[in-house]
Design a protein around this ligand. Sequence first.
Ligand code: TNX
Length: 506
Amino acid sequence: MKPTPALIISLLAGSLLTHAQSALPAVIPHPAEMKLTGGEVSLTPERIFCDRQPAQLAQFGAEGYRLEVTTAAGARITAATEAGMAYGLSTLAQLMSNTQAPCLVITDQPRYAWRGYMLDVSRHFAPPAEIKALLDEMRRYKLNRFHWHLTDDEGWRIEIKKYPLLTTIGGIGDKTNPKAAAQFYTQAEIRDIVAYARASFITIVPEIDMPGHASGAARAYPAHAGGGSERLPDFTFNPGKPETLAFLQDILREVKELFPDCGVIHYGGDEVHFGWGKWDTLPAVQALKAQEHLADKQAVEKWFNRTMARFINTLGCDVGGWDEILDAGTDPAHTVIFWWRHDKPAQLEQALQGGFKVVLTPRHPCYFDFLQNPAHKVGRRWNGINELQRVYGFPETSTLPAALAARAAASPQVLGMQACLWSETCATRARREFLTYPRLLALAESAWTPAAQKDFAGFSERLKIHLPLLRQRGIACYDPFAQTPEVIDQPTNATYIDHPETKQKP
Ligand code: TNX
């Protein structure tokens, strides 16, 4: 990456410490190693040097960099990759106060390769400009996976050329208003966002949820519906119909074209039992059972998951799924399990034993639709809430048994961690941002900074410098120090309070 004048000027303009009173370098996420060498230097664009050394991959890592700031030579960033270079520049931008930077040496690389954030745009839609603003913040805080939950019961949000009704009909409605005019991303918008993310070294992982959470699609193409419950009509696709499998495969082919470098296509797989009652009587499912010797609905679900996972693998991607897909018989070398059920540590254990790749995203503390302050009223609780400190402490402190937590933390199968924002209770950008920030910064530091360097008190001090800057950039973040008022959307259809999983409204 060349430090073009435009880039340098934007760095200088966006310099972080403009309002800082102290000389404390407030870098989030905290670098792996940082040594202040004393004094500071004035940096003009000609005194910032980027030195890419592709042969030094082993030394720097795929995302690491070294940043040296000296009075004699200005700033020099050395990295093996463009991503490393970009992260070095990001760090430099955070260090600068106007044109001044402290003299120091930083040697940095991330703890985890997967540093993610998931946004549910089905329950409530987030327009492209908001997605780009989110990607900007992810880039600033060195997050590198945006998991885009594009389809669910409340609405189908991704244009598929072969099946236009998915968006013109399936895109109608949201959690607040089932009749709201269709909201979705066109393919042109998706390509634009994917390119935008790529320029920030962020990979977008699309999720097309199946065989459950499918009511949005079923409204558009009822022939593919596999029944649901009274509360969740047409919650599933019909796993027994060959036409339905072909329909889903056509969709996934278009998804792969839109996200050519995604690496992982996520196909959901969660909570199928919420609406699979009709599978006991659907003729196509009975035929499938007979043909494939499947004893019951559980076996049908596994068969479906296995079959679709294989298809996704043939597209040249790993398949991602929520932890329900664990025993479906997918290829562990090409399956990423998203462990989300914090109350089911056995699922994580089994994923590790089974040789699967794993992303840690347990409800506690990674679900940002949970409350962040006990006094807040709207959002989920479940024997506790997800305060900033709880997010920051993960994975060293968690609800996991200690031995399993230690094993997970040390396992190379664990790609990393991510936060998820489910949007049942957020109709507006302001509320989404209120729930996301500043917890996303805590998650970013947890996912990047070595455990030994983590320190909540130090993070809090640095965060105090970042909060006003987030606000300056127009982000409606919560201030946990000032305890700013809760941002609640009115009207809202959902207030989640303590409920066991079986009664939980999806
Ligand atoms: C469970 S997490 C779900 C979502 C809900 C979320 C609310 C997951 C795989 N499924 O459909 O939005 O809880 O917290």
